[in-house]
Design a protein around this ligand. Structure first.
Ligand code: 1HN
Length: 378
């Protein structure tokens, strides 16, 4: 039997539990082929594996090399209508040259030069920005200018108008995550261009966006507005709050009060303040801090993730692959590949000398469809 990805000829070959290859069997297979039919017995191993065998592979992109190429793109390639964004996607080597980090997730470094505008548009794809380096860019989402600084997480649910502008005197780079591959495979995409030039009133850089003034207070819900369906009404989860939440968990742990997910491992999920659920229907985002010398238990999960090393350094193991990682590096964990990290000493900004990891995944899709499974390995 031939089991392959390409729609090649069906071949009758001798195999256990199969009839001998005869001219009659060959004829049968030619008949299938002519009528565009494929018998299950030639495909079952690939279609129904005993556990997920992702075509995506574990892969690491070094931030230094990514940034150098993004800087070069900043010099050589303009940003504007048509191309829309100077975003450079991670192409998983197992996914056939498509700009897909995983089968469901797009991840890219986006680079904007001082004074540049990325024009307004909207799309059905859910998206977010996570700022790895720099400051001074704001993104205007549905008329609300939102400042972006290192460590900020900015979800932006599908069909919101958005444009970016770099008001600073230095270039800025950030991580974009979207559900582009997922929406491509299920044919859900819509896209529309917005205004070519955004108004002066939107060109201001307030310290806090309207969304933060309304929704940025823990446990307090404004009565003046109804949350938008489809995604979080809070457009910036500022680094100071994320950092403080992680610090507080570790302080509790040190006092013997627990508070962390496992020893030396503090973690938070970014949630929609109106619902407590994920920030978007297809993308989950989390932040993990693993203190120096600590190690996480190996975990197997359905669904795929992309990680950004925000700070610190350490060792990451995904399936059979182990890497040393450092600030800015990006890596992929495909579905059902055992994942663990170890934090190592290194120069770092974070108080604890910890390994700080931003993570996004397609878990909400798996949970909504009851396809989520987790095993703690080891
Ligand atoms: C997009 O609109 C942005 O708005 C970034 O910054 C990356 C990748 C694919 C499709 C649209 C952005 C994108 C994107």
């Amino acid at each position: 039997m031939s089991i392959s990805d390409s729609p090649s000829r069906l071949e009758a070959v001798s195999a256990p539990h199969q009839p001998d290859v005869t001219p009659a069997l060959d004829d049968l297979y030619r008949g299938f082929e002519q009528e565009l039919l494929i018998p299950l017995w030639t495909e079952i191993g690939d279609l129904m594996p005993v556990h997920p065998r992702s075509k995506a592979v574990p892969h690491l992109w070094s931030w230094d090399r990514l940034l150098r190429l993004a800087e070069r793109a900043g010099e050589l390639v303009p940003v504007g209508r048509g191309g829309e964004r100077r975003a450079i996607a991670l192409a998983n080597p197992g996914l056939g040259g498509r700009p897909y980090a995983t089968p469901t997730l797009w991840a890219a470094i986006q680079y904007l030069m001082p004074g540049e505008d990325a024009p307004e548009h909207r799309h059905s794809q859910h998206a977010f920005r996570f700022v790895i380096e720099g400051e001074g860019v704001w993104t205007v989402v549905g008329g609300d200018p939102v400042p972006m600084n290192r460590g900020d997480f900015l979800p932006q649910a599908g069909w919101n108008w958005h444009a970016h502008h770099n008001a600073a005197s230095t270039p800025m780079a950030w991580l974009d995550g979207l559900d582009v591959p997922f929406q491509y495979v299920v044919d859900a995409q819509f896209y529309e261009n917005g205004r070519d030039v955004i108004s002066d009133a939107e060109r201001i850089t307030p310290e806090r966006s309207r969304s933060e003034l309304l929704w940025g207070h823990p446990g307090l819900r404004p009565l003046s507005v109804a949350p938008e369906p489809g995604g979080s009404p809070l457009l910036n989860y500022k680094w100071e709050f994320t950092n403080q939440a992680l610090k507080d968990q570790l302080t509790l742990e040190k006092g013997g009060f627990g508070g962390t997910v496992e020893p030396g491992h503090a973690a938070i999920r970014y949630v929609n303040p109106a619902t407590g659920g994920d920030v978007m229907s297809t993308i989950r985002a989390e932040f993990h801090r693993v203190v120096r010398g600590a190690e996480t238990a190996p975990v197997l999960e359905t669904g795929s993730s992309v990680y950004a090393v925000f700070d610190g350094s350490g060792t990451v193991t995904v399936g059979d692959t182990t890497w040393s990682v450092t600030r800015g590096d990006l890596f992929v964990v495909p579905s059902w590949q055992e994942f663990s990290v170890r934090s190592e000493a290194g120069s770092t900004d974070s108080d604890e000398g910890a390994l700080d990891l931003f993570r996004f995944s397609d878990s909400p899709i798996f949970e909504a469809l009851h396809l989520n499974r987790t095993e703690i390995g080891g």
